[in-house]
Design a protein around this ligand. Structure first.
Ligand code: ADP
Ligand code: MG
Length: 678
């Protein structure tokens, strides 16, 4: 198939082309890949007498009385006509539609598709049905695609343009090599393209859908995998003595959980076996990832090497330095901090210490990837990713050693299926167990009517020397929004609680200012901190036990869970109170999920489930491209097959073969379209 501009298609002029362009559809192939949201089965013809209530049906009937229109009140007109077949009469009703009057004439026959309902007098009617002249009809009597539209494009236009497009496309070239299609039972593209839009029946639609889900996931997975050569045969640095880790464990003030122990074993096994480790450790906030990383770093150092740990912010880097120093006390391990904010002369000194091997462990921010920094013998790299570092950044840090091992810590639990695709180039360890004795954060979703009671609770708690976070979706007032904003709420609370110290923190403040506020809060000089989500990545304040979230309906589930993870870090019972507005079913389900569970893995799975395709959580957060058809929750079976297929393709070196070049082009395209993935 030659791709072409949609304007060259029959039935598309400048105006329509512009409407499609607004939807991101410029070319014939983009049009073909604009898939329907659902289908309507208009193959089921019924007689008027047989129509069940609330069922979508097709009838074939003739106009009995033509359209009459009347005004029921200002801004509201009703138009109606009566149609009949041999079995009975039915009323057709339109609200506020001036165009139908005079359109339908007595005796004309139409195919009518819609839902039969009863009006308040018990009379049967169809409201706003689809009418097509009998004989001329294109889309009744078929299974008809319904596209995800908004704005001025109508279903009818898209449907008929799509029919033309499929005809004019002619033969579409196959992207997926035959042997893969045969092995995984994937339909051929021309069959699939016709049936994804205009299926003959439900079965052919399913076959077509499976093909495009497979295709979409395969391209994504291959793109992610090809960023890195997983056939990397480099031999890794071998830590000869991994038993020494027991000396570290013996000194810990607690015993490791089973999940921590298992993760540590997986790490040390890799480091002992000549592999270059690339491992993601996933675990909820507080699951003890840092302790595991410290144990591994200890082992690296005791085997005579250096280690580095990179955090996304200065606050976190400092916090990690303190934590590690605590763990390593009396063990003869030298650590140093390196951040961008340090004085040039101090940095120089640190560079020297690292290069000469005097220092064993360096902890820092992006400052670690500066050219000036050189190591004596870097063997182990840890990145703490509240937000993912780019692959480039990781690679730069890794290049400072000779194939060092890499450990990536993520506190954003995601379902295994999604982790496998996002981090397809990594091995994964999961810490799915919290240290014993942790109390769950008691969580409540409340309405506005509870506000005074919640404030009374806040007052009582602060008087008992606890601290609270209040999170708002917005920084400041904007005219268009009735969402709570941090600046105004802070002022309101100052009036409501004149004796308390109320702090304010948001993303428009300078990093230095934010750090100052955070440090005052952590010292206990601020009682209530009003903030935007910038506290998601923040320091540990064990005395902060209450989190109030305003407009909780505006946050994703995983984000709410992250926010809630800021409290419950001390010994007291912690609370999370979410003000949620609106009666939306999905919102209700999400709030309920938060209230019944403290388990990040469960929550993220629900998050994925409650969102539709193309909108699953973290698409943007993780820098994944928009999915057109695949749903990473419900299509996890296909995803598994794709993972096997991708491995096969990469390991067999197939991507270099000629028959794979069309697929490779698509892979390159999504890599260039999605910079974050690089
Ligand atoms: P994460 O990095 O996963 O959020 P941390 O490593 O910061 O978690 O651990 C949170 C807290 O729990 C720290 O104070 C840490 O010392 C403590 N901790 C870690 N592992 C255990 C354990 N097995 N038993 C008890 N406390 C632990
Ligand atoms: Mg941590």
């Amino acid at each position: 198939m030659e791709d072409k501009n949609i304007i060259e298609l029959h039935g598309i002029g400048q105006k329509r082309a512009e409407l499609f362009r607004k939807r991101g559809i410029n070319t014939l192939s983009e049009l073909l890949y604009f898939f329907p949201r659902t289908h309507e089965d208009r193959t089921q013809f019924k007689s008027i007498a047989d129509c069940a209530e609330n069922e979508e049906v097709c009838i074939c009937a003739e106009v009995y009385t033509p359209v009459s229109m009347f005004r029921v009140r200002k801004n509201m007109t009703i138009s109606q006509m009566t149609v009949t077949d041999d079995s009975g009469m039915l009323q057709i009703v339109w609200y506020n539609n001036r165009f139908v009057k005079g359109q339908y004439h007595t005796g004309e026959k139409y195919v009518i598709y819609g839902k039969v309902v009863r009006d308040k007098y018990g009379k049967r009617q169809m409201v706003n049905p689809i009418l097509e002249h009998e004989g001329k009809e294109q889309f009744t009597g078929k299974i008809v695609p319904i596209y995800p539209l908004s704005g001025n494009l109508t279903q009818k236009v898209v449907q008929s343009v799509m029919e033309t497009a499929i005809k004019e496309a002619g033969r579409i070239d196959e992207y997926i090599p035959d042997f893969i299609r045969q092995k995984y039972s994937i339909a051929e593209i021309n069959y699939a393209m016709k049936n994804i839009h205009f299926p003959d029946d439900a079965n052919s639609y399913n076959i077509a859908r499976r093909r495009f889900v497979f295709e979409e996931l395969l391209i994504l997975q291959l793109a992610l995998l090809s960023r890195k050569d997983i056939t990397n045969e480099n031999s890794g640095i071998v830590f000869e003595d991994i038993k020494c880790v027991n000396d570290f464990i013996a000194e810990l003030p607690f015993s490791l959980t089973n999940a921590q122990r298992r993760t540590l074993d997986e790490i040390l096994y890799d480091c002992n076996n000549g592999k270059v480790m690339n491992r993601l450790v996933q675990g909820d906030v507080g699951s003890g990832k840092t302790a595991v990383a410290a144990a591994a770093i200890y082992t690296a150092v005791k085997n005579g090497h250096q280690a580095a740990m990179m955090a996304p912010t200065e606050i976190l880097a400092k916090q990690h330095k303190e934590t590690l120093d605590g763990f390593f006390e009396g063990m003869g391990i030298k650590t140093v901090l390196l951040t961008g904010g340090m004085r040039q002369s101090d940095k120089k000194e640190v560079y020297e210490l690292i290069k000469s091997g005097v220092v064993d462990v360096v902890i820092g921010t992006h400052a670690l990837i500066q050219d000036e920094l050189q190591f004596d013998d870097l063997a182990f790299v840890v990145t703490d990713e509240q937000h993912r570092f780019g692959v480039e950044q990781r690679a730069t840090l890794l290049s400072k050693g000779n194939n060092p091992h890499m450990l990536i810590m993520s506190a954003t639990p995601i379902p295994r299926t999604l982790a496998l695709i996002l981090y397809g180039d990594l091995d994964i360890s999961i810490i799915d167990e919290l240290p014993p004795g942790r109390k769950e954060v008691k969580t409540y979703a409340v309405g506005e009517n509870m506000r005074q009671r919640i404030y009374a609770f806040l007052e009582k708690s602060v008087l008992a020397h606890m601290q609270a976070y209040i999170v708002c979706p917005l920084v400041e007032d904007t005219e268009k929004s009735d969402l709570e904003n941090a600046v105004d709420l802070c002022e309101k609370l100052k009036l409501r609680f004149p004796k308390f110290s109320i702090g304010l923190m948001h993303g428009k403040m300078k990093a230095k200012e934010k750090e100052e506020v955070m440090s005052e809060f952590s010292k206990g000089n601020i009682d209530i901190l009003v903030s935007t989500t910038v506290i998601e990545v923040g320091v540990n304040v064990p005395n902060a036990n209450i989190m109030v979230i305003e407009n909780a309906e505006r946050f994703g589930l995983s984000q709410l869970h992250q926010l809630r993870g800021r409290v419950g870090r001390g010994n007291e019972q912690a609370y999370c109170i979410m003000f949620a507005h609106g009666n939306n079913e999905v919102t209700k389900k999400r709030m309920e999920t938060m209230c019944i569970s403290n388990d990040g893995f469960y929550i993220s799975e629900q998050d994925l489930k409650l969102r539709g395709p193309g909108d699953f959580f973290g698409t943007r957060q993780h820098g994944l491209p928009q999915m057109h058809i695949a749903n990473l929750f419900s299509d996890s079976d296909i995803l598994k097959e794709v993972q096997t297929a991708s491995k096969e393709i990469i390991e067999g070196g197939y991507l270099k073969k000629k028959e794979f070049s069309p697929l490779l082009k698509r892979i390159d395209k999504i890599l260039t379209d999605n910079i974050v993935m690089n």
